[in-house]
Design a protein around this ligand. Structure first.
Ligand code: FE2
Length: 428
C-alpha cells in the first residue's frame, strides 16, 4: 500500500470517528419542532436494515437501524399513541464493515405506554407509519405479560424457515412483550454480513415492534470477530455476554455458554449465583436462558457445565431454563439439583409448587430442523434416562410463555400451522 492510500485510510477513519463522536455528544430532545423534522441535511441513505427495538424498559427504549455509509446524522421522532405531540431524539452512529448503525436511545418515557416512531438519517425519513411502534414495560409487577423464545434461527435463506415463526408471532392475538433468542443467532459463523439475510429480513416485522434479547451460541462464536460481531449487532445489558433484566414480577438471566464450556465460566457462574441470591426473594419467577442443554434425549450430548449449574438453579428458585442447540423441541419433567425426577409427579401439564425444582425446555427448531433424526425419548443412545422427557415434538417451533401473577403458562407452537402442540402450567 502506498503512502497516499495510507493517508486516505487514516483520514477516512478520523472522519468516521469524528462523526460518531459528534453525533454521540449531540443527544437532545426537541418538542413540537416540526422544522427540525423536515430539515434535510445530506444525501438520502439506503435503509439496509429495518429498525429493531432493544432494551425497551419502563422509561426508556433503544431503536437501531442500519444504513449504507454516507450518514452524518440520525434521529427518531416519536409520539405517544393517539397524540400528535412529537419529540425528537438525536442518535449516534457506529461504522461496522462498510455500513452504519444508526442508534437512538430514548429516555423519559411513561411505563406501559405505546409510542409511534419514525426514523431519520441525514434528515430523510427512512421508515414511518402505523406499523412502527413500541410499548414500554409496566411498572406494576402484577401486570400480565408474554414473551416468545426460540433458538437456532438464522440459517441460510434457502434452507431456512425462519419466516414461519416470525409470521406466526406477528399474527398472535396478543402481541408478546419481548422475545428471547436462544443462541446460534446467525449461521454458519455469526458473521455480520449474514445478519440481514439470515435473521433481520425474516424477522423484520417482529423486531420493529417487539424488543429481542439474544444470547450467543456456539455458531455465533465461530467467526474471526466472534464476540465483536455479536456486540456490534446488539445492545444488551451488562457487557452483553451474560446479563439480566426484569419484567413485571420476573427476573430473566441470559447466559453465554459459548461452545458448551461457557465464556469466562468462573466469573460468569459467580455473577449468576450473586444475581440469583440478590433477586430471588424479590421476583415471583426466574427464567434462565442459554444456548446449550444440560440433560437431553435429543441427538445432542449432555453438557456437563450446564448440569453443573443444576444445584445453583434448584437452590435459587429458578423456575424455567430455556435452551436451543438441538434443532427440535423437547420439554423435560421437573428435576432437582441432582437431575432427579420426582416419580410421584403424575400430572405433567399442571404443576403446583415446584420448589427446588425447575423445568428445562429445548426450543431449537427456530430456523432449521434436523431432518436425519427421529426423536425417541425411551430408546435414544443419547438418552441416559428416558423417564425425563415430558413432551417431544420434532417440528419447526417456538415457545410462547405468559406470566400473570403466580401463574406461568407455557405453549409449544408449530411454526407453520400456529397450533399449540404442548402446553403446561405452573402455579405458585
Ligand atoms: Fe448450537
Amino acid at each position: 500500500m502506498n503512502k497516499l492510500n495510507i493517508m486516505i485510510r487514516q483520514l477516512t477513519l478520523i472522519g468516521i470517528l469524528t462523526i460518531t463522536f459528534l453525533s454521540c455528544t449531540s443527544v437532545s430532545k426537541v418538542k413540537n419542532n416540526s422544522t427540525t423534522i423536515t430539515e434535510v441535511i445530506g444525501v438520502k441513505p439506503e435503509l439496509v436494515r429495518e429498525p429493531y427495538l432493544q432494551k425497551v424498559r419502563e422509561e426508556s427504549a433503544i431503536i437501531t437501524w442500519k444504513t449504507n455509509g454516507i450518514v452524518t446524522n440520525c434521529y427518531v421522532s416519536y409520539s405517544e399513541n393517539g397524540t400528535e405531540d412529537k419529540t425528537i431524539v438525536k442518535g449516534y452512529l457506529t461504522a461496522h464493515e462498510g455500513f452504519m448503525f444508526n442508534e437512538v436511545s430514548i429516555l423519559g418515557l411513561k411505563p406501559n405506554t405505546t409510542y409511534n416512531y419514525s426514523i431519520y438519517s441525514n434528515g430523510h425519513v427512512l421508515a414511518t407509519g402505523k406499523d412502527y411502534y413500541f410499548k414500554t414495560a409496566p411498572s406494576n409487577k402484577n401486570q400480565a405479560f408474554s414473551f416468545y423464545a426460540l433458538g437456532d434461527i438464522g440459517a441460510k435463506e434457502k434452507s431456512s424457515f425462519a419466516k414461519e415463526p416470525a409470521n406466526r408471532i406477528t399474527e398472535l392475538a396478543i402481541k408478546p412483550d419481548f422475545g428471547l433468542g436462544l443462541g446460534d443467532i446467525v449461521y454458519p459463523k455469526g458473521e455480520s454480513k449474514n445478519y440481514d439475510n439470515h435473521l433481520f429480513k425474516p424477522f423484520k416485522e417482529v423486531f420493529k415492534n417487539i424488543p429481542f434479547y439474544p444470547v450467543a451460541g456456539n455458531h455465533d462464536w465461530l467467526s474471526i470477530n466472534h464476540d465483536e460481531n455479536f456486540k456490534k449487532e446488539w445492545n444488551l445489558p451488562n457487557k452483553e455476554y451474560y446479563y439480566s433484566f426484569t419484567y413485571a414480577n420476573t427476573l430473566f438471566i441470559g447466559l453465554d455458554s459459548r461452545d458448551g464450556n461457557f465464556y469466562d465460566y468462573e466469573h460468569q457462574t459467580i455473577w449468576l449465583e450473586k444475581t440469583l441470591k440478590e433477586n430471588k426473594d424479590t421476583y415471583d419467577w426466574i427464567v434462565v436462558y442459554l444456548h446449550h442443554n444440560g440433560k437431553s434425549c435429543t441427538y445432542k450430548n449432555d453438557y456437563e457445565h450446564v448440569k453443573g449449574l443444576y444445584d445453583v438453579f434448584a437452590k435459587n428458585s429458578v423456575d424455567l431454563v430455556l435452551n436451543g442447540h438441538a434443532h427440535t423441541y423437547e420439554r423435560l419433567k421437573p428435576y432437582d439439583a441432582f437431575g432427579n425426577v420426582d416419580a410421584s409427579e403424575t400430572n405433567q401439564t399442571n404443576y403446583k409448587n415446584l420448589e427446588n425444582r425447575f423445568i428445562s425446555v429445548t426450543i431449537g427448531a427456530g430456523g432449521k430442523i434436523n431432518k436425519k433424526w427421529k426423536p425417541d425419548a425411551n430408546n435414544s443412545e443419547n438418552c441416559d434416562d428416558g423417564t425425563i422427557v415430558a413432551h417431544s415434538e420434532h417440528v419447526p417451533s417456538f415457545g410462547l410463555i405468559t406470566i400473570e401473577k403466580k401463574t406461568l403458562t407455557f405453549k409449544g407452537i408449530n411454526s407453520y400451522t400456529g397450533e399449540t402442540f404442548d402446553e403446561f402450567v405452573i402455579n405458585k
